[in-house]
Design a protein around this ligand. Structure first.
Ligand SMILES: NC(=O)c1ccc[n+]([C@@H]2O[C@H](COP(=O)([O-])OP(=O)(O)OC[C@H]3O[C@@H](n4cnc5c(N)ncnc54)[C@H](O)[C@@H]3O)[C@@H](O)[C@H]2O)c1
Length: 517
């Protein structure tokens, strides 16, 4: 098993082939994946099927050792995707839509199972994982709808001549994903890619290798040509091989800013198109005229989903001075009440962070904040659930930091853990200047009852998204992406079609050629 080779492109192998009795948990069988592949560091190739009592979940154990895809496997995946692409691109949008709708239907039908696997894969609560899976099938449905409507333009020219445009696919697109929304990111990239007639080779994060494979199986079951959506496993080296591969027409990347810069550099060498969905340190501005209860709920949504590991989180919370005491009292009360623990239980609202290094990093930010003058109002410690089976897990109690200043490390840098930094402000002009004083520009939010102020603030914030009187809602119809170092290109919404297609102009002469020579 440990030496097994990765053969993910067609002919595709089913996960269920790898069901074996679980060594660690007597009560179920485990899935052993010979196809997932990172050498020693991370996780999960031996997974128990969904069960609320499985001791493997979030317990911080190395479940198995995995092997990264090398150049041979990457090339095999790219070739296989290219072959599939040549078939898929010839199908009419209506035909592609039919297959995609079937994939969406299968996901909807198996939402609970996929959500539970996502919990094991990632550590987030099952309540959140269910939302992720729902967003995923909605995304495929949405782009299936757009696949049916793809069309060009007709342009009249002098003398009866005319031109028309054809929206064509790019070819084989590479998708590289982050660990925080493993299934959803795989879908967010592949749904518009496939709708436009492309193929995709996708590399999930080595921390969360499993559910992208489930997606590949579902696409196959729905009827896409063999190899149209291939999954290769591995870390930076495998990602590098993908970005440099001559057959890659585009790279769509979700991850951190430092990696994003490398992806852009590698893609530039091959003049490949790039979409970069990168990190953030987004501001959430709460004015004194807000509906306070909604603002508090918004601040929690802006900070604690997926254990705080969300790119667009509003982690710099600016609160107008006059309401600071009430805001803090309420936000701390609710933060303390967040149920942390076994992510497979329905009542849990916060599961485990992705890894020990990620947990240590978040805790370190809290220590540094204290050293720099911040005050911990609650949380910020490792959390040990009462269930002995979960003892080794990477749990952390959600943290609210008061007394923060703009120059503190916890306010300037992306923590990617459950840490909210709160800062007071006086005026609108001041808070906009401070909110924009960052190299990031992914999202932002404002709570106020003043309608003019809300739109004025939205206009002046330098961010790809601004939420008014809510935070972190991401319907698939809504374009999403960054300003400044948070990246470029968009995902979701109609506009994404433009990032997965190219326009051909065909010019038709109806008369004689008027030659200058
Ligand atoms: N803007 C968005 O939509 C969005 C969404 C989710 C996460 N994120 C960001 O992602 C980051 C957290 O995710 P992460 O820790 O997985 O990010 P990361 O940059 O460490 O890794 C992301 C992916 O890139 C791969 N990779 C790493 N080095 C590479 C290289 N040299 N060449 C090619 N691929 C390489 C990784 O294996 C992984 O699949 C945060 O900064 C977060 O804000 C952004």
């Amino acid at each position: 098993f440990h030496n097994a080779k990765c053969i993910l492109p067609a002919p595709y192998t089913k996960l269920s082939q790898y069901l074996h009795p679980c060594d660690m948990c007597a009560s179920h069988s485990a899935i052993k994946l010979p196809l997932i592949l990172n050498s020693t560091n991370f996780c999960h190739s031996q997974l128990c099927p969904p069960s609320p009592v499985c001791p493997l979940v979030s317990a911080g154990r190395v479940l198995c050792q995995l092997f990264p895809c090398g150049s041979e496997e990457v090339d095999e995946a790219m070739q296989s995707a290219q072959t599939a692409y040549l078939k898929w691109r010839k199908m009419a949008g209506m035909e592609r839509a039919r297959v995609m709708l079937e994939a969406a239907r299968i996901i909807r039908e198996r939402r609970e199972n996929i959500a539970r696997l996502e919990v094991i894969n990632n550590g987030k609560s099952v309540t959140e994982a269910l939302v992720d899976i729902d967003v995923a099938w909605q995304s495929i449905e949405y782009y299936a709808g757009l696949a049916r409507t793809l069309s060009g333009q007709h342009v009249q020219l002098p003398g009866g001549a005319f031109a028309y445009t054809i929206r064509e696919p790019l070819g084989v697109c590479v998708g590289i994903g982050a660990f925080n929304y493993p299934f959803q990111i795989a879908v967010t990239k592949s749904a518009p890619a496939l709708a436009c007639g492309n193929a995709m080779v996708f590399k999930p994060s080595p921390m969360t290798p499993v559910t992208a494979v489930i997606l590949a199986e579902i696409y196959k079951e729905a009827g896409v040509p063999d190899g149209l959506f291939c999954v290769v496993q591995g870390g930076a080296e495998t990602g590098t091989l993908l970005c440099h591969h001559p057959m890659a027409a585009k790279v769509s990347f979700t991850g951190s800013v430092p990696t994003g810069k490398k992806i852009m550099e590698m893609s530039a060498k091959g003049v490949k198109q790039v979409t970069l969905e990168l990190g953030g340190k987004s501001p959430l501005i709460i004015f004194k005229d807000c509906e306070l209860e909604n603002a508090v709920k918004g601040a929690l949504m802006a900070n604690f989903l997926t254990q705080g590991q969300v790119c667009c989180n509003g982690t710099r919370v600016f609160v107008q001075k006059e309401i600071m005491p009430q805001f803090l009292e309420e936000v701390v009360k609710r933060t303390k009440a967040i149920a942390v623990g076994d992510p497979l239980l329905d009542g849990t609202r916060m599961g485990a962070l992705i890894s020990k290094p990620q947990l240590d990093k978040a805790l370190q930010y809290v220590s540094q904040a204290k050293a720099e003058g911040g005050k911990v109002l609650c949380g910020g410690d490792p959390f040990v659930p009462s269930d002995p089976k979960l003892k080794g897990g990477y749990f952390m109690s959600p943290c609210v930091l008061d007394n923060c200043r703009d120059d503190m490390t916890c306010v300037k840098e992306e923590i990617f853990g459950p840490v909210m930094s709160v800062m007071p402000f006086d005026t609108e002009e001041e808070v906009i200047r401070r909110a924009n004083n960052t190299t990031y520009g992914l999202a932002s939010g404002v709570f106020t009852r003043d309608i003019s102020r809300a739109h004025r603030v939205a206009e002046n914030l330098e961010a790809g998204t601004c939420y008014i009187n809510n935070y972190n809602i991401s319907p698939v119809e809504m374009p999403f992406g960054g300003y400044k170092n948070s990246g470029f290109g968009r995902e979701n919404g109609q506009v994404t079609i433009e990032y997965y297609s190219q326009l051909k102009t065909v010019v038709v002469e109806m008369g004689n050629v008027e030659s200058l020579f």
